[in-house]
Design a protein around this ligand. Structure first.
Ligand SMILES: Nc1ncnc2c1ncn2[C@@H]1O[C@H](COP(=O)(O)OP(=O)(O)O)[C@@H](O)[C@H]1O
Ligand SMILES: [Mg+2]
Length: 250
């Protein structure tokens, strides 16, 4: 089957430091790929390359057949890659509904001029409401995004991803800063991205039980290199991974 996402020999040097070194990886359509690795391994940098925020020093990125290696962030988004950030990145002064509606509108290829086409506007607002419902935020639709709890902000980000209609979703530590009791709920929302909405999901996460519960395969990064990409069971039992993680919980 054709890959949803392929990277070939992807490398990033910053000021002489090798941040990522020769990453080659294929992600299948509708696969959930977990990405783990110690702090500073290059996980966020990898997402920065995939989403066009940074340009690689070497190598290529393909979304399906389309090469996105040197595209700008908005062009990567148009090619079908959506991402959330390690620190929440919603528009804090807009309502939840407005945050999601902007994404839905952009996906619809519409300008920001809402007065032009009232019918389409109604449609986009409905989509935004649907996406909020899918993450359990209906009651918060008219609330300012900045007033949400941390957990609800992360849900909002996922609603934005859903509204963007991207096929590929990059989640950078979606559980960061969440209280333990809210983790299972967010896990189910993320699971639904693949099972219900048929997205291809790449998720960076430190909670191993979350990764093990969600991922079809796990990629392990260490000092910018891809150590292994395999089934969760094989990754856990891999001696190279175990030695890379000495002193850290796996
Ligand atoms: N803009 C930058 N300039 C210099 N070094 C950077 C920059 N961004 C990240 N790095 C370095 O790249 C390495 C990988 O960082 P990062 O991708 O954030 O890792 P992770 O997300 O796995 O914790 C780290 O050593 C970090 O210090
Ligand atoms: Mg990171």
């Amino acid at each position: 089957m054709k890959s949803a996402l392929s990277v070939k020999d992807l490398s990033l040097n910053i000021g002489g430091a090798k941040i990522l070194d020769g990453i080659t990886l294929d992600v299948a359509p509708n696969e959930t790929l977990g990405i783990i690795g110690p702090n500073g391994a290059g996980k966020t940098s990898f997402f920065n390359l995939l989403s066009g925020i940074r340009k690689p020093s070497r190598g290529q990125i393909f979304v399906g057949d389309v090469e996105t290696t040197n595209l700008q962030p908005h062009e990567c988004a148009r090619a079908g890659i959506a991402r959330t950030f390690q620190t929440s990145s919603v528009f804090v002064n807009l309502t939840c509904l407005e945050n999601v509606r902007i994404a839905a509108q952009a996906a619809n290829g519409q300008s920001m001029n809402l007065t032009k086409n009232a019918y389409k506007f109604t449609e986009v607002v409905q989509t935004a409401h649907d996406c909020l419902a899918k993450v359990g935020l209906t009651a918060r639709a008219m609330q300012r995004a900045g007033s949400l709890s941390h957990g609800d902000k992360r849900r909002l980000e996922i609603a934005i991803v859903l509204a963007s209609q991207s096929d590929i979703v990059l989640l950078d530590e979606p559980m960061a800063g969440m209280s333990v009791e809210n983790v299972p709920e967010l896990v189910e929302i993320i699971r639904a991205l693949a099972t219900e909405h048929k997205k291809t999901v790449l998720i960076v996460e430190h909670h191993m039980e979350v990764i093990l519960g969600l991922a079809d395969r796990i990629a392990v990064l260490n000092y910018g290199e891809l150590l292994v990409c395999d089934t969760p069971q094989n990754v856990i039992n891999n001696p190279i991974v175990q030695s890379a993680y000495i002193g850290e919980a796996l």
